[in-house]
Structures are given as C-alpha cells and as structure tokens.
Design a binder for this molecule. Structure first.
Ligand code: BGC
Length: 743
C-alpha cells in the first residue's frame, strides 16, 4: 500500500522504517534517501569513533570541548553564545554531523538536578534568550539543533518513568516558556521529546504537547525526535506527533505501525506526515553537507577559553586580593583539580577534547614569579593527611595560595544527594587559610554547591563551574586580571538545601514528582519567602565598579523600553550585566515578587558611561490565565527594577501597560463576590436585589449590604444562594441573570 501525500512513493513499510533510526546515530536509508548523522551535543561534538552506542563515552573523535551550559549560561551574553553555537556548527559540518543534539534547556528546578551542568538557568527568559542564539549560531552553518528535553525533564531520578505533576500555569510560564521562545524565534530543525511523563502522560506520546502546543500554537515546522529510548509505544507516539524514534527500533516497532495502519487504528496520514518530515530533514541536511568543510582548532580553543573566562563568576574578593600581581609573588597552587581539571560532566554529553589545559600549567605560564604545586588531597578528592600537610606547608611559605576544590563527579542518569563539597577539601581550605590568609579558592563543579559557612574565612572565592577544555587558561586569565570577571549566577546559591523552594518535592516518590512550588522556581521562591541566600541569582563581582543613574521606562510599539546610564567608575575596563526585573504592585494574579524580563550585557571602558537600553516584549509580561486557558497581559502600572543582581537593585521606573480583556463570563457557579466585582454582573444583580426589595422579599439581598455579612456570603455561588430561604431570586431567575450579565 502506498500513501499519496508528503512522502509519496514510499510504502507503509518504508514509511515505518524511515520513522525510526537506522542505527544508534543515523536515520535509516530508505528508498532513495541516504542516512544522516545526529549526535551529541551540546558543548562539543561527540562523534562516536566506531559508530557504536553510548558505550565507551570517550571513544569519540576529538572536537573542541566548549564550556558546558552551566558556564556558558553564566556569561549572560547572547552574542558570545551565538559564536559558540556557530563554532559547534562548523565542527559538526566538518565531521559530517547534520544534527547536533542540543541545546538542553530544561529549567534548573533543584540544585540537586544531575544534569544541571547541561542546562542554562533557573529562569526561563534567560534560558530562552541564550538558547535562541545558540540555535541561530549552529543553524547558520547548515547544521540542525535538537531542542531538548521536551519537556519538564528537570531531574534524573526515575527519569524514564517519573511523572512530573505540574499545573498548567506553572508548565506554561516556567517549564515550556523557554522552549516556546526558541521555537518561535529560531525554528530549530528538531525538538527532542523527554523520557519522563507529564501529568501521567509519556512525553513521547503526548499529543497535547507534541502537536497542539508545539505545532498548532507555536508554529513549529521541524521534526520531533525521541530521546534515545524514550518511546514506549510506537503507534501512540506517531499518533501524538513524534516523527523519528531513536535509536533504531527493532522491527517489532515498524511492524506494529504497519499493522496499525492496516487495521485502521492509526490514521495513515499520521505516519505519512512523520515520514515526510524525516524526508524533509534528510533532504535539508544533505543539501547542507560539505565534504570539504574544516575548522580551525586553535581558533576554537581560543573561543573556548574566551567563553570559559566569561562564564567564571567572582563571588568574593575581600580587600581586592584579586587580581594577583604578575610579578614578585610566589604562588602556591593547591589541589589536584588544578592539575587534573574537572571540565565536563558525565553521560551523553561527555566528549573527547582536542586538548586540555590545566590551571596549574596556565597559571605557571602567566605568572611572573615562582609557582609551587601541592596536590592537597587524593586524586579521587578524598583526604590524604600527608598531601594535606605538604599543601599547608606550601601555602605557608608562599605569598598567596590558590586552592582548587570541587565535586568528584556529576552525571546524567543520577541526581546528586548533597550540595556539600567533599569534607576533606573543605578541611584543607580551612588549614590553608589558617596558614596563609591570602588564599583564593577556585571551585569546579556542575551545579550549585553550598559555600556557607566556610566562605566566611576565605577572602576570595571564584566560581569555576565546569569550563570545558580551555578552562585552565580561563581561570588563569581571571586570577591575573587578563580577563575582568563578568559572569553572573544563573542559579541561586542557597545557605542550606532545606531553604530551596523545591526541597519538599524533589525528587518525588513512587514515580511521581509534584511541582509543589509552582511558579516560584529558584529566586522567585526565595524572594517570595523572603529567604536569605548565600549569593543571589544574577550576582557576580568585577574588578571594577559600576554606578547606575536613574532608569526611565516608556511604552513603545510592542512592549517597553527601559533606559539607564551605567558608568564604569573603577580603573579597569569591564563588562556589566544590567538586569531588569518586573513586578505589578496590586496584581490580581499571584506572582513572584520579581521576574527577570530583560537584560543587557555591556562592555564599558574605565571612566565611561553607557546608555543601556533593555527592551521588553509585551508578550513577555503575560501570565498564563488558567481560567481562560490562554496568555494574558494584566493592565496596570508595572514596576521595573534595574540592577546588578536580583537582590542588588539600584534604580527603578514605572510604566503603564494596557491589559488584555480577561473577563471570564459569569455563570451560575460564579460567587456573589465575583458577580459584584464584575461591572455588568454587579449592575444586573443590583437590579435583581432592588426588584426583590421593592416586592418586600429577598432579605438576603439586604443582608448582603452589611459589610460583615457580605464577607460571609461573598464566596457563595449564585446557584446555591437561590436555594436559600429568603433568596432575592429563584433558580430559574439565575439563568436569566447569567444571560443578562454576559449579553
Ligand atoms: C540523553 C540525550 C542525548 C541522547 C543521545 C540520552 O540519554 O538524554 O540528551 O542526546 O541520549 O545520546
């Protein structure tokens, strides 16, 4: 049997074959269509040497290991992220890879999330803006992105079965919003569905998610690919809008599709459409292939170093200990991580770098004076008394000590169970600080760790994340001031894990996780509960200082324009990330106290002032109205707070925004309070009350005029009120009131 639309000339069996992979990393060769390669991603190309599977994660061809998303996101710099995306595109193309499996844009819901190092932020706007540029950069080179993992894949525990139970407003505003932005602004070639279930439905067979939201509402034009092994039921998946099952499925899946078409349980058009999308992807990819493509490994290493340097966040710098002088100082470099870098996380993104810089080598290269090394702890990060004693002595006899500490491992497939750094390394820090008060601590890890209370005793603290293959040089650049730090936190560092908004509902149990904190993810939750934090979202120091003038906000076509003069008042050129947080005092909707709505990354020379402009699209002010089941902008006077972090707001401005019509039709189930709050409803009801009073009845209406009794009655639906003795109206009259109020 053949079908006649889209992928015409393919039989049903061929269509079934085309809609699952040919092997682990390729589409299937069917009829005249060749195979194309899809591979991880996201921070470097992991092209498997032997065409094998996940086994032998490092058995991949060397490629540049750019900073994983945890560090790339901390740059808050869309232009830089675009360049990294383009470089990844160049490498993919040179390696014959047509789709690079990234970016990963799930929200960092809990700091324990095992894949947080692959994701950008706890905020959907920041995630969406950066990922849009990554996709644009990559796709500008004729290589497709795979926006993943769609959706609500914010934990690794039980990831193939767990149901993320989340209300629709939270889903739309927090967990889907970055996906929506990237789809609408960058049209990724593919979107990858996640492993988990959402409100009980597997993402791979969720028609609402994959078709109604993704295609019908957002206008996605590309192909939906499954995460590797995410498909439970091929027929249900195709029916839902899942086009390509990866990796290659066994023949049973193809046979099931053919049978379902034959027995009428699957609309042939659904399979035909999916096969047509695979064909379109293959044809587009083949047209873009260039066997002569190459890339410049040195230039890409330099870009990896630039991006890593810009992703480093300076958390503390008491007394201006940093930057270190390049001459006349003896530096003790302490910690195995300085010699053996932690530069990427484990799992499907783990790839084979073209080279690997250690901080020790790069500090030695940049330092003008002697550099002495001591490992301080065992290679696995645990205590070793002799190594500790040597390190303390090395620190004592140096002018300054730089201690490298970090987590042992973070990987896809497992969440973390603690935010604490290894105790042996913290004990080492304490002893080094006691031996030499001029101590800098550099941390390497993939997601937030606790810094309190030990950071109290450490004068300078550098957040070194996982920085990719050139991270060693980037750390040296920041330590010596070759790079003036400009990275900002994309996730809150809490004082304690128990303070985190997600704490009571992570990672769930019995294959369900309740997203109990709702829209109050990350800083939204800390702010709403007025919780002290160690370092707030958006925070990061510089070697210079920035002064903010008065902000102004004006309504412009399509949104709001915020302007603020920012002056570099220090002695060094630097970069500031100007952040704009919106709130709506008196809002009728439950909101976080502040929400990031825009930001600008600006380079400002010493002594100069930049007139910074941040544009906020009106759509970004919208909230999801669960009553109307659509986006709505609430009208009113918005407060735009402008500053250097979510808790360092320096100036603000207000602007009036016209709202959308959000009137919900009144019904018999609407309460007395809702009726009276509605202008038309209030009028109609007022007339009914007056009519009842004129006829000497309807005592309840009179009582409702008493403020205290009104409070008592305001939550009563009209239908229920009609049943009370002495009601001002009958059940039949309620139907007339409803018609009148909505006419
Ligand atoms: C991961 C994806 C990855 C895929 C292919 C899965 O286990 O969740 O992120 O792209 O494998 O390696």
């Amino acid at each position: 049997m053949t079908t006649d639309a889209g992928s015409s000339r393919l039989t049903t069996a061929e269509q079934a074959a085309l809609t699952s992979g040919g092997d682990f990393w390729h589409t299937a060769a069917v009829a005249d269509l060749p195979q194309i390669m899809l591979t991880d991603g996201p921070h470097g190309v992991r092209k498997q040497v032997s065409g094998a599977d996940h086994g032998g994660l490092l058995a991949s061809e060397p490629a540049t290991c750019f900073p994983p998303a945890v560090a790339l996101g901390s740059t808050w710099d869309p232009e830089l992220v675009h360049r990294v995306g383009a470089a990844l595109g160049d490498e993919s193309r040179a390696m014959g890879v047509s789709v690079l499996l990234g970016p990963g844009i799930n929200l960092k819901r809990s700091p324990l999330g095992g894949r947080n190092f692959e994701y950008y932020a706890e905020d959907p706007l920041l995630t969406g803006v950066l990922a849009t540029e990554w996709v644009r950069g990559l796709q500008s080179r004729g290589v497709g992105a795979s926006l993943k993992h769609f959706a609500v894949n914010s934990q690794e525990t039980d990831r193939m079965r767990v149901s993320a139970d989340v209300d629709e407003r939270t889903l739309r505003e927090m967990y889907l919003r970055a996906f929506q932005r990237v789809v609408q602004q960058a049209q990724p070639w593919t979107v990858m569905c996640s492993y988990n279930r959402i409100n009980g439905v597997h993402a791979s067979q969720d028609h609402w998610l994959l078709t109604r939201v993704l295609r019908d509402e957002w206008g996605f034009e590309g192909l939906v690919v499954s995460d590797w092994g995410a498909v439970v039921d091929r027929v249900a998946a195709v029916r839902a809008g899942l086009d390509l099952t990866m990796p290659g499925s066994d023949d049973a899946g193809d046979d099931a599709l053919v049978r379902a078409v034959a027995d009428g349980t699957l609309d042939p058009a659904a399979l035909d459409t999916s096969a047509a999308r695979v064909r379109a992807l293959v044809e587009r990819a083949v047209a873009a292939l260039d066997p002569a493509a190459t890339y410049d490994t040195d230039a890409h290493h330099a870009l990896a170093r630039e991006a890593a340097g810009r992703g480093i966040v300076l958390l503390k710098n008491d007394g201006g200990l940093l930057p270190l002088p390049r001459h006349d100082v003896t530096i003790a470099v302490i910690g195995e991580h300085a010699r053996t870098p932690r530069f990427q996380g484990g799992g499907s993104s783990q790839m084979n770098p073209t080279r690997l810089d250690s901080a020790l080598t790069e500090i030695t290269a940049l330092a003008g004076g002697p550099v002495r090394f001591a490992a301080g702890y065992a290679p696995d990060g645990t205590a070793d008394e002799q190594l500790t004693a040597e390190a303390v002595e090395t620190a004592r006899t140096a002018d300054v000590a730089v201690v490298f500490i970090g987590t042992a491992q973070e990987t896809e497939g497992a969440d973390r169970d603690t935010l604490e750094l290894p105790a042996a390394q913290l004990a080492l820090v304490a002893r080094v600080v006691a031996a030499n008060p001029c101590t800098v601590v550099v941390m390497s890890h993939g997601a937030v760790v606790l810094t309190s209370p030990w950071d109290r005793d450490v004068p300078a603290l550098v957040e070194g994340w996982l920085l990719g293959q050139a991270g060693g040089g980037a750390v040296a650049d920041v330590l010596f001031g070759v790079v003036n730090p400009s990275g900002r936190l994309t996730e809150t560092i809490p004082l304690r894990l128990a303070h985190h908004p997600s704490h009571l509902d992570f990672p769930g149990e019995a294959s369900h996780v309740r997203y109990g904190e709702g829209i109050h993810v990350g800083y939204r939750g800390f702010d709403a509960r007025e919780q002290e934090v160690a370092y707030p979202f958006g925070f990061g120091l510089s070697y210079t200082a920035f002064a903010y003038g008065d902000a102004t906000a004006t309504a412009v076509d399509g949104g709001i324009e915020v302007r603020v003069p920012v002056t570099n008042t220090g002695g060094r050129d630097g970069r500031e990330v100007v952040q704009v947080y919106a709130s709506l005092p008196g809002s009728a909707v439950r909101r976080a106290p502040r929400e990031l709505k825009g930001f600008a990354h600006v380079a400002i020379a010493a002594g100069q002032t930049a007139d910074v402009v941040v544009r906020i699209a009106r759509d970004d002010l919208a909230h999801w109205d669960p009553r109307l089941r659509r986006w709505a902008v609430e009208g009113g006077e918005y407060l735009l707070a402008v500053g250097a972090s979510s808790r360092d707001l320096r100036t603000s401005a207000t602007v009036a925004v016209d709202g959308d019509d959000t009137r919900v039709p009144l019904t018999a189930e609407s309460t007395l309070g809702e009726w009276l709050a509605d202008p038309r409803g209030g009028q109609v009801l007022g007339q009914a009350f007056a009519a009842a009073a004129a006829q000497g009845g309807g005592g309840l209406a009179g009582m409702a005029a008493d403020p205290q009794i009104f409070m008592f009655l305001s939550g009563v639906p009209l239908s229920r009120m009609a049943a009370f003795p002495d009601s001002p109206f009958t059940a039949e009259a309620v139907a007339q009131l409803v018609a009148a109020a909505n006419s």
